[in-house]
Design a protein around this ligand. Sequence first.
Ligand code: GDP
Length: 304
Amino acid sequence: MITIITGGTGSIKLLRGLDLVVNEKINIIVNVGDNINLFGYYICPDIDTTLYGLSNRLDIKRGWGIKGDTFDFLESIKETSEESWFQIGDKDLETHNKRTNLIKNGLNLAEITKIFTEDFKIRHNIIPASNDRIETTIISDDGEMHLQEFWVKNKGKPRILDVRYKGIDSAKPAEDVIQSIKEADKILISPGNPISSISPTIFIKEIKEALQETQSKKILVSPIIQKKSVSGPAGKMLQAKDYDVSVTGLTEYYKDFITDIVIDKTDIGEKKGIENMGKIPHVTNILMRNKEEEAELARELMKI
Ligand code: GDP
């Protein structure tokens, strides 16, 4: 059994590859720190990217939202809403509307995600890390703001001083999360942003303990290639946390959570150093530019 800890745009590439090459049902534990209330809807960007990505609905070029979506709703509120900086498509809105109504009816996020997973005919278990609210915020020289405000509204420009996970100390893992970690033969950590996509999950106390206790392999796929994040602000965030932006820095960041790390061929120079840190490096192509590369990386992971 495979369990994978994921975020959004980078993680879905590997998930698509795994979906192609793995026959069994995978447990996918998804970040909830990006979730946000806007326009009266409860929006879960990483859960939606996972749902859309595994049901062939995702706009792959953008990495988020539904392909072929229109933006009439957004256009109509542009003049009057202070929240129109958030890109929300019309079909996408149906998801947020349905989820928000189900929350009003008393269902929790894990129950709702299960309904969507079935509706979208996805054969895997998509599990939110927690049903409790965890909010990833950026402390910047412009003040503290929600991750989405930093990345979407302010285009990732403010200088990051720190990253916080509000609510994480009291958050409990959603049902099935701990069991899926305990029962897994192999645990994967996707090439998501370590600070904003993976940490809001693995820093939940019970999840951290379960990951530390399990004897299974815990394999990280690096989101860093040649001392840069493939996309997004992972480099900026690692620096803000005083970690080197490199696969060595990543190994240090994840040292309590991983046994193995998969790095790019171009980073082979750092292999020895990783071994000296007591972790097992695996060297292959980790850039996923198309479906073939996604599947190829998934195949490599299945060999570990
Ligand atoms: P977010 O929630 O949209 O930020 O999504 P993730 O955290 O899952 O994905 C962003 C991370 O994925 C970034 O840190 C990227 O460096 C990484 N990433 C994106 N594409 C690739 C890829 O093709 N290969 C690898 N190894 N990492 C990638």
